[in-house]
Ligand binder design. Structure first.
Ligand SMILES: NC(=O)c1ccc[n+]([C@@H]2O[C@H](COP(=O)([O-])OP(=O)(O)OC[C@H]3O[C@@H](n4cnc5c(N)ncnc54)[C@H](O)[C@@H]3O)[C@@H](O)[C@H]2O)c1
Length: 347
């Protein structure tokens, strides 16, 4: 472990966040989307009562660049009541795709963000995808467009002005925005001995400040999208426990939980829900430098009751559940997804 520690102290895991990216629309498409869902056969399941008052629908941004390949399908563009009725047999599988409104996923070029976008597309939810990585986000969008409308954009989530412009653009491109997953993140790995202001700010700005700033911009589109709007913020088991080499990361992930609880209270006044997930180790590019350290993966697997590391889809599927009508009475809570790692003592 000491060897691993010294590797980490040398900054082996430090991410180099970028801040030079301007929001660039990569377009959306959805006309080629198969309908994919059978018409409703049963009465809609009971829903939580909607808030008494709804603000008028948000006006659609004119700043969204027109979509190569055509506008999203009418099903994707319309967040109408019809689109939120249970499809097929009205069972649990179908409720995972409800409400049928669009979902904004940050960090969508890679790892958990990409898998979440794909999981949402699988159940018919249109997706707006943000990342700094233009090629990666477009690749995710292309994969999602096999099933739904997908709007990919290069957006630096730490750029609050860019976020304010990109939210209405995403809502306009999809026709509705009633979901949000904050998966953009950086590890900022460094012990307190070596951390500096720049690394601290970069880590907290991406992981936690952006979550709050995006959530602020989503109130209006969520109102317009109607009942069932929900958000999921990705924290970490490092937000629950400490780790010497992850000072800023631990602070940011604890902060995410604080933001989530505050948002859950505020959003509940509108009838929206907010929850957080705390993954343990997941096989994504963020962890690949650590996996190169001799013994790191083996030790982690040995300590984890399920004796393995999670795949990104094992985090994406619980996120999809928390966003859906299946989780209609769950808000302000944290779901730990760590193969049991934090459920046992180290003794
Ligand atoms: N991988 C794990 O073991 C693990 C464990 C617990 C929590 N998490 C959290 O899950 C989330 C997703 O991480 P991942 O493992 O999929 O990592 P990843 O590196 O595969 O994906 C993170 C994505 O965020 C993007 N990003 C970074 N800064 C950005 C910015 N300023 N604006 C827009 N996009 C930005 C990156 O380009 C990247 O595509 C993160 O919040 C991470 O902290 C990961």
């Amino acid at each position: 472990m000491e060897r691993i520690g010294s590797e980490l102290r040398r900054g082996a895991l430090a991410a180099a966040p970028r801040s030079d990216a301007a929001p660039v629309s990569l377009g959306a498409a959805g006309d080629d989307v198969p309908a994919g869902r059978a018409p409703a056969k049963r009465a809609p399941a009971k829903r939580a009562p909607a808030p008494a008052k709804r603000a008028p629908r948000a006006s659609k941004s004119t700043s969204a660049r027109s979509v190569p390949g055509g506008a999203p399908s009418s099903a994707a563009r319309s967040p109408s009541r019809t689109s939120r009725k249970p499809r097929g047999n009205g069972g649990a599988k179908d409720r995972l795709g409800l409400p049928g409104t669009g979902v904004l996923v940050t960090g969508a070029a890679s790892g958990i963000g990409r898998e979440t976008a794909l999981a949402l597309a699988e159940v018919g939810r249109p997706v707006a995808l943000w990342d700094l990585d233009a090629a990666g986000v477009e690749e995710t969008a292309t994969l999602c467009r096999r099933r739904v409308a997908a709007h990919g954009s290069v957006v630096d989530v730490t750029d609050s002005a860019a976020v304010s412009a990109a939210v209405p653009e995403a809502a306009a491109a999809l026709g509705s925005l009633g979901g949000f997953v904050h998966a953009a993140g950086v590890s900022g790995a460094m012990s307190v001995d070596f951390i500096d202001d720049a690394l601290w700010d970069a880590t907290l700005n991406v992981n936690v400040r952006a979550a709050a700033m995006i959530a602020k911009n989503l109130i209006e589109p969520f109102r317009a999208a109607g009942p069932g709007s929900a958000a999921v913020l990705i924290s970490s088991i490092e937000g629950l426990f400490g780790s010497a080499m992850l000072t800023a990361y631990c602070a940011s992930k604890g902060g995410v939980l604080g933001v989530m609880r505050s948002l859950a209270h505020r959003y509940s006044m509108e009838g929206f829900r907010v929850n957080a997930v705390c993954p343990g180790a997941v096989v994504t590019p963020m962890l690949s430098p650590a996996f190169e350290l001799p013994g790191f993966r083996e030790q982690l697997e040995e300590r984890t009751p399920l004796h393995r590391i999670a795949t990104p889809d094992e985090i994406a599927r619980p996120i999809r559940f928390l966003l859906s009508d299946e989780a209609s009475f769950i808000t302000g809570t944290t779901l730990t997804i760590d193969g049991g790692l934090t459920s046992i003592t180290a003794l």
